[in-house]
Design a protein around this ligand. Sequence first.
Ligand code: F6P
Length: 401
Amino acid sequence: MSATPSAPVLRADEPGSFPHSVLAERHPAVIRQVREAFPYGPAQRRALDALLDSCTKGVIEDLPADAPDRDRWHAWGLEQYTGRSWFEVPWLWSESYFYRRLLEAVGYFAPGPWQGIDPFRPSKLAELDSPETDEELAALDALENEPAPERAAALLHGSLWGNRADLGFRLSAQSTPGQSTPAQGTARPAPGLVADDSAAFWSLLPPSSRAGTLCLVADNAGRELVPDLLLIDHLLAHGRVERAVVHVKPYPYYVSDATTADVVDAVRRLAGAPGAAAGHGRRLWAAMSDGRLEIRTHPFFCAPLPYAAMPDDLREEFAAAALTVLKGDLNYRRLVGDRLWPPTTPFADVTAHFPGPVAALRTLKSDVITGLDATVQAALDASGDGRWRISGTHALIQVRT
Ligand SMILES: O=P(O)(O)OC[C@H]1O[C@](O)(CO)[C@@H](O)[C@@H]1O
């Protein structure tokens, strides 16, 4: 890697900035949503109130002495950050620890009646069972008749724009009226795509008898995970990959990030749907049963750390993959170190640390961006849409081979 000058790590210490708004507005909204989602008892309600006080006007507090992952969080910086304001430590760290503390407050980890109860499950299921999901599944019928290259392109874009299904984002972002996912099967670049390395993506997964393994590091459940699985079904069915591994979160995270339960719900939703969707669901179910599609998780997926700091076991796994696909905004931030790089900083430079070929499929929902062509950046900055980095209306497909 050429000596790319470093860039500042994002913090939430600037009032008016997007990171600041996430800690000051989105996190309180998440606590309110969780409080209303379940008939939690007085103890949990007091714990949620205490977290609200701590994360808006207090300081970072240590985990309880008997917390199963206390040592791990101390190694991840908790020792250093205890007693400091949530707004002054790295933004990624604050956000990640917030979700850990939220689960603590509702009794997710402690032995007892609420152990393992996902506080975000009602909103994830509501989204999965929504009429919008019905519509998207029905659109698969038309796709069946499209030539394979168009079908492949449509499924790749479905997985990409599925990343707008970020329920945490919806809590505080106003939706962009009339903005929809790109029409299925159209060859022209989708509006809102600020970088498009689709050709490199497909070049890494040629149909072949020696096809390799795809690792997909998932992001949101529901209407993002379904198109991710449809893409995987297509890659398996067309011999572009021999095996696929979907990496999910070990516990609920960032409101709608996918866990194993969400994968099962998504495959069931497909298999139980009318039309072509059912065929995709049955194939995915069979692939999970015979091991061609595997679900894995790792504590690192809920760590407040960049991918450059990933542990060796994950490093070896990604090094052996034909391609690792990182889905979404948070994974992108972690891939490039959650730093405010100049937007034209080459993607290949800031991802040189990644052990194997890597692709980012992301809708832009935070300030971090790299690998932009200077003319594209100039056009975006001149567009008058000051929110192009954070509004989720723009997306990218970036690949480092
Ligand atoms: O689900 P995604 O695409 O990772 O987006 C996560 C969102 O949460 C944030 O962390 C802000 O809370 C941003 O990264 C992004 O807006």
